[in-house]
Design a protein around this ligand. Structure first.
Ligand code: FES
Length: 345
């Protein structure tokens, strides 16, 4: 395979870093035949193979820690694109890293709301402690630091993520304790969501493959704790006060609703547990039951119901179809494996 890191080809063609990585080029895990087969498995998920480019880039990043020129070449070969086309995509999105990334990626939100609540102070303190700045990696390879634009969790500001897992409502001391633990090889539990793994592992997950060694670990990640109270606070307050959004021009205003009563039937929540009850068998089902039952208003209950594993299926679909592959352009279900038959692209 052409364009190994360190080759003169990489930077000019792809815009990615082709300089030698720490250690030697030989230290870089190679992209193997398995990687190529997994690329084809990703391609088989889409009606148009080139739609697979983003998860394929996550996949090569999961193997080598960043999008190497070798990874760009592999994606280009499989998709029938030029390396410049693949490089243009890889250099557009900040989740694709252009040079070697540490074991963990620490992102500190310095966008408006987090900044005014201390995000910039957190970033400055962490940068000083680690001795690195934006998009730089500590000498021991444990952490790459970046400042991030809004991480879409403003109501938990200031927010820090590690490998895209959330650590909410941080302050300087909490963030410094977090990075110290990471450097000791620990994996502190995120505030909500799946347990922390590492940057390569989460890159594999973003490529659509499990990063977990066994089904039990995967189940534990799915059943990770969640906390949505701040996000729903505005909805709850509006419902309590009877406040509604102003009517849209030309749209009939919705009928005024009576205040929500626990147990009130809501569209899309039929058959789900009533307040105070739980019928789930697994921790995930029981947690989902509890979230539906604890809803304080119709919007909250509806939102919890949509995330419930036993939620009613939309018309025309059966629960058994939930994980079925999407039909291809001819309306035929795809196999999803795609690993044994090389594809023409
Ligand atoms: S401003 Fe930080 S998460 Fe939105």
């Amino acid at each position: 395979m052409s364009a190994l890191p360190g080759s003169p080809e990489g930077t000019a063609v792809t815009g990615l870093d082709s300089s030698a990585v720490p250690g030697t080029v030989e230290d870089l895990p190679p992209l193997t035949g398995t990687t190529r087969l997994e690329c084809r498995e990703i391609m088989a998920r889409y009606p148009v193979p080139r739609s697979a480019l983003l998860p394929m880039l996550h996949l090569v990043q999961s193997v080598q820690g960043y999008v190497t020129p070798e990874g760009v070449a592999l994606c280009a070969e499989e998709l029938g694109l030029t390396k410049a086309e693949v490089g243009a995509v890889a250099t557009f999105y900040t989740m694709f890293k252009r040079h070697p990334t540490g074991r963990h990626l620490v992102s500190v939100c310095t966008n408006t709301l987090c900044a005014v609540l201390g995000g910039q102070r957190i970033y400055d303190a962490v940068a000083a402690e680690l001795g690195v700045h934006h998009d730089e990696t500590t000498a021991d390879g444990s952490i790459t630091l970046e400042h991030a634009e809004c991480l879409a969790a403003c109501d938990y500001a200031p927010v820090v993520t590690v490998d895209y897992e959330f650590y909410d409502q941080q302050d300087v001391d909490a963030a410094l304790a977090l990075v110290a633990a990471l450097r000791r090889g620990e994996r502190p539990a995120p505030t909500r969501g799946a347990p922390l793994t590492d940057f390569r592992g989460v890159s594999r997950q973003l490529a659509g493959f499990s990063q977990h060694a066994d089904a039990a670990a995967e189940r534990a990640a799915v059943d990770g704790p969640s906390a949505g109270v701040p996000t729903l606070r505005g909805v709850r307050l509006a419902a309590e006060r009877g406040e509604t959004a102003p009517p849209m021009p030309g749209v009939e205003p919705a009928e005024a609703r009576e205040p929500f009563q626990h147990g009130e039937a809501q569209s899309g929540t039929e058959g789900l547990p009533s307040p105070g009850s739980s019928r789930g068998q697994t921790p995930g089902e029981q947690a989902a039951d509890a979230q539906v039952a604890a809803a304080d208003n119709p919007a909250e209950r509806s939102g919890a119901a949509q995330n419930h594993p036993d939620r009613p299926e939309p018309a025309g679909r059966e629960a058994a179809d939930r994980d079925a592959p999407a039909p291809d352009v001819d309306g035929q279900a795809q196999s999803g494996s795609g690993t044994s038959v090389p594809r023409e692209v």
